[in-house]
Design a protein around this ligand. Structure first.
Ligand code: AMP
Length: 212
């Protein structure tokens, strides 16, 4: 199954993507996680992306399109994939169509996670993330041991772009560029809106129902 998770920052895409990919046995392709790793490793890609990411702005389409095209070429994606955080602009969605057409596949479902802005702001301000595997933790999904990642024991950190002024910029980028994508995919009948407010288990069950 080839899936896209759409939704504003803080909607729970990363948390739910990690659960769903484990359940379905398909990889999560998170452009944010890939870019953060490139920044941490100090690669040329990371150096280009860092200032934009820190400011809460989108990285240029050509850069993220290249990352996704390369990731889709991996044999791990042969049985399906879950795109988390991509596409974020109409040109990215057009580029994705072209990548999938070349590989003879298509998007089966777009899960659009719907969460009110005040809940997003509250979630992002309390969010802590594992710098190694990217797993996010918050009030609704706390780690078993405070401040420590359940998966790899790393110390959790606040993402620089979760600072209040960057959050405002990211929500603006979402509203002006990414929100348009639901219309792009709705015309194909593949979009399912999912209420993203509730416990992580509740939202997961709604997503599972939306995939049927
Ligand atoms: P995320 O982890 O999905 O919230 O992404 C964190 C940051 O990475 C975003 O604020 C952007 O700066 C950058 N980024 C991630 N995915 C994309 C994308 N598809 N297009 C442009 N920038 C992206």
């Amino acid at each position: 199954m080839n899936l896209i998770f759409l939704g504003p920052p803080g909607a729970g895409k990363g948390t739910q993507a990690k659960r769903l990919t484990a359940r379905l046995g398909i990889p999560q392709l998170s452009t944010g996680d890939i870019l953060r790793k490139a920044v941490a490793d100090g690669t040329p890609l990371g150096q280009k992306a860092k200032a934009l990411m820190d400011a809460g702005k989108l990285v240029p389409d050509e850069i993220v399109n290249g990352i996704v095209d390369e990731a889709l070429a991996s044999s791990a994606c042969a049985k399906g994939f879950l795109l988390d955080g991509f596409p974020r602009t109409i040109p990215q969605a057009v580029a994705l169509d072209e990548m999938l057409q070349r590989r003879g596949c298509k998007i089966d479902r777009v899960i659009n996670m719907v969460v009110p802005t005040e809940v997003l702001v509250e979630r992002l301000s309390g969010r802590r993330t594992c710098p190694k595997c990217g797993t996010p933790y918050g009030k609704d999904s706390p780690p078993k041991k405070p401040g420590i990642c359940d998966k790899d024991g790393e110390k959790l950190v606040a993402r620089p772009d979760d600072e209040p002024d960057r959050v405002r910029q990211r929500l603006l980028e979402y509203a002006t560029k990414t929100a348009l994508l639901t219309g792009y995919y709705k015309a194909r009948g593949v979009v399912r809106d999912v209420d993203g407010v509730g416990t992580v288990d509740e939202v997961e069950e709604r997503i599972i129902r939306a995939l049927k």
